[in-house]
Design a protein around this ligand. Structure first.
Ligand code: NAP
Length: 323
């Protein structure tokens, strides 16, 4: 809220003043406008330049591709909330924040459809070679012969690594394509789908392996050389989870040796992707981390981020805390 507007608390607790909010990272224009309209928003440079303001910052709003470090949290004595605009929160030191009584929120569920749509787009682009087909027509090559045959999605076995909110949305939307679906996760769920206790076992079964689990230490290189080997020369890898989930060097080696049919990647170990050898393979489809990047979804995420801030400072309860 601009001008330190007071939000009334209907219950017995004291009304709380909406504190200054620190923005870390860039937001899409419409989301940024909404944040500025609804919150008393400051950039890091403003906060750095004004010690009195820094002392009063009560919340951080950020996006999941920006890291919040402990040193920053320690510089903000009034910080009570970190609201990230995204579902992944592996770049926020959640345990440290919790030890300081700071709540962390994210924006789950409302991006499931957008991420599932992108994933299915990547799968189809990979199997039907859509980027290559586009280049084929544009370059005039069509006049000199037929385009190489692609592969059908129908009848394929799809293994989902991480059957959470996004994984389930993906499974629901993939089913009408006539695929078989199975999954890996640490726990077997009450789902009418086969569960594999190891990612390599799922990869051995699957034609297409899709990573949709969280990033962070626990899933670092979960898809390693052994899993890629198990997927095999007729297998495709799709990663919309986090770059850290896939051992990228092992992936490059598998592509060089043709022990993998191809890959579609929305996320990378280092983003933005620089001079990676991944850019040189014709059987790799690349997208710049755009799983949730639609106008509708990004605006809804910004809205929920703001609602979390307002709810937390008016009722003491965040709407979608993590953990
Ligand atoms: P979620 O509901 O928490 O689901 C995560 C799933 O991963 C759960 O089924 C969980 O099952 C599994 N999992 C967690 N830790 C694991 C581990 N150590 N090993 C194996 N499986 C593990 O999360 P979500 O909302 O579906 O989001 C999933 C992830 O998608 C996010 O964290 C983010 O990294 C990624 N994402 C990417 C984009 C993009 O733009 N590309 C956009 C949004 C989200 P178990 O607990 O049974 O293991």
């Amino acid at each position: 809220m601009k001008d330190g507007r007071i939000t009334m608390q209907p219950m017995t607790t004291q009304p709380m003043t909406m504190p200054p909010v620190l923005r870390i990272g860039e937001f899409p224009a419409a989301a940024q406008a909404l944040l500025e309209e609804r919150l008393d928003l400051f950039a890091l440079a403003d906060v750095d330049a004004d010690p009195a303001l820094r002392e009063r910052v009560g919340a951080i709003v950020t996006r999941s591709n920006y890291a919040i470090d402990i040193a920053l949290i320690e510089r903000l004595p009034s910080l009570r909330l970190i609201a990230t605009n995204g579902v992944g929160f592996e770049r926020i030191p959640v345990d440290f924040a919790r030890s300081r009584g700071i709540t962390v929120t994210n924006t789950p569920d409302l991006l499931n459809a957008a991420v599932a749509e992108l994933t299915i787009g990547l799968v189809l682009a990979l199997l039907r070679q859509l980027p290559q087909a586009d280049r084929f027509v544009r370059s005039g090559a069509w006049g000199r012969g037929a385009f190489a045959l692609g592969s059908s999605l129908a009848g394929k076995r799809v293994g989902i690594v991480g059957m959470g909110r996004i994984g389930k949305e993906l499974a629901r939307r993939l089913a009408p394509f006539g695929v078989e679906i199975a999954y890996f996760g640490r726990t077997r769920q009450a789902l009418p789908l086969e569960w594999f206790a190891q990612p390599a076992a799922l990869a051995r079964w699957a034609d297409i392996l899709i990573a949709s689990c969280p990033g962070g230490r626990a899933t670092h290189h979960l898809i390693d050389a052994a899993v890629l080997d198990a997927l095999g020369p007729q297998g495709w890898l799709v990663n919309i989870a986090r770059g850290s989930v896939v051992d990228e060097q092992a992936l490059v080696r598998a592509l060089e040796r043709k022990t993998l049919a191809g890959a579609a990647l929305d996320v990378f170990e280092c983003e933005p992707l620089g001079g990676s050898p991944l850019r040189g393979f014709d059987n790799v489809v690349l997208s710049p981390h755009i799983g949730s990047a639609t106008h509708e979804t990004r605006l809804a995420m910004a809205q929920l981020t703001i609602d979390n801030v307002e709810s937390f400072f008016s009722t003491g309860q965040a709407l979608t805390p993590v953990g």
